[in-house]
Write a protein that binds this ligand. Structure first.
Ligand SMILES: [Zn+2]
Length: 301
């Protein structure tokens, strides 16, 4: 079994990232599998080398180790382009010239993850119409009118109709950078990843990714989508909550305290106790844990 950490170095890890990383690590170590680390630094405007170094330091400090490191995404553009070209040659991809405003019009339907369901405006442009465009296009994958689903190891059955609930999605951005959906599938295939553990916000990306696997001839991994951490009002914790990033948390809490808090909140431990990552492996079982989002703010402040 091969699992992975796939953090994006766009800032310091916060508690939600720690939780996802802990969950992924426990699933791998419980099965005596192999843990990969992949730095997802596709976006040159947001990602920094210093954040990547800090991420690795934070993971080590938490005791969440890894066995191999994959090439960072920023260095894999050639591979993504080759895959893109292969899809292009199969007529599965088309250029989209729509402006942001056109895409986000008031009447635009939204997918359950908040993204706009693309109306297909540019799908059937003729060569002539394309030649008249002045804007650099993004490239979209044509999706079929089919329902794709899977059984999540924690959340259960999930499916969506690709055309109606997701729409043709971008696999290469207008700035030439590979889109997340493409890069993640190409990299997981390259690493032989057989289990993906990540936040529940990515549940709705999964049918799209499974479809990409099928086009690229790969076997999709098992998926486990962990709950999101929220504050008392149910709002998801984010990088805005600076007091819950590891830079702050490391000043006044030990790794054992943070892991114990997360493990207790998720249901691995019956009572709060300080516990190391290694010790948690023995306590962890999927039968114990909750699938609903977790309000956490009270615990560490
Ligand atoms: Zn378009």
């Amino acid at each position: 079994m091969i699992g992975r950490f796939a953090p994006s170095p766009s800032g310091r890890m916060h508690l939600g990232n720690v939780f996802s990383a802990m969950a992924a690590w426990l699933c791998v170590r419980k099965e005596k599998g192999t843990m990969l680390l992949r730095i997802e630094d596709l976006d040159p405007a947001r990602c920094k080398e210093e954040y990547a170094l800090q991420l690795k330091d934070d993971l080590r400090w938490l005791g969440l180790n890894w066995d191999e490191e994959q090439t960072p995404q920023s260095q894999r553009d050639k591979v993504y382009r080759e895959v893109f070209e292969s899809l292009w040659e199969r007529n599965l991809v088309y250029p989209c010239y729509c402006s942001r405003d056109a895409l986000h019009g008031a009447s635009a339907p939204h997918a359950s993850d908040g993204t706009v369901i693309y109306a297909g405006t540019c799908r059937n442009l003729t060569e002539q119409e394309r030649a008249l465009q002045t804007k650099a296009p993004a490239y979209r994958l044509s999706v079929p009118d089919e329902t794709w689903g899977f059984t999540d190891l924690l959340q259960g059955k999930y499916e969506e109709n690709l055309q109606k609930e997701c729409g043709d999605f971008i696999i290469r951005r207008a700035d030439g950078v590979a889109a997340y959906q493409l890069a993640v599938v190409v990299d997981d295939m390259a690493g032989g990843v057989s289990q993906v553990v990540r936040g529940r916000d990515l549940l709705t990306s999964t049918p799209r990714q499974k479809y990409l696997y099928s086009l690229l001839g790969g076997t999709a991994p098992e998926y486990l989508h962990v709950p999101l951490l929220t504050d008392e009002s149910g709002r998801r914790l984010s990088k805005r909550d600076g007091d819950l990033d590891l830079g702050e948390l490391r000043k006044s809490h030990s790794a054992e305290e943070i892991l114990g808090t997360l493990a207790y909140s998720w249901g691995i431990l019956e009572h709060f106790e300080k516990i190391s990552a290694e010790e948690l492996v023995g306590e962890f079982s999927l039968q114990k844990v909750k699938k609903e989002n977790i309000a956490i703010r009270n615990f560490l402040v």
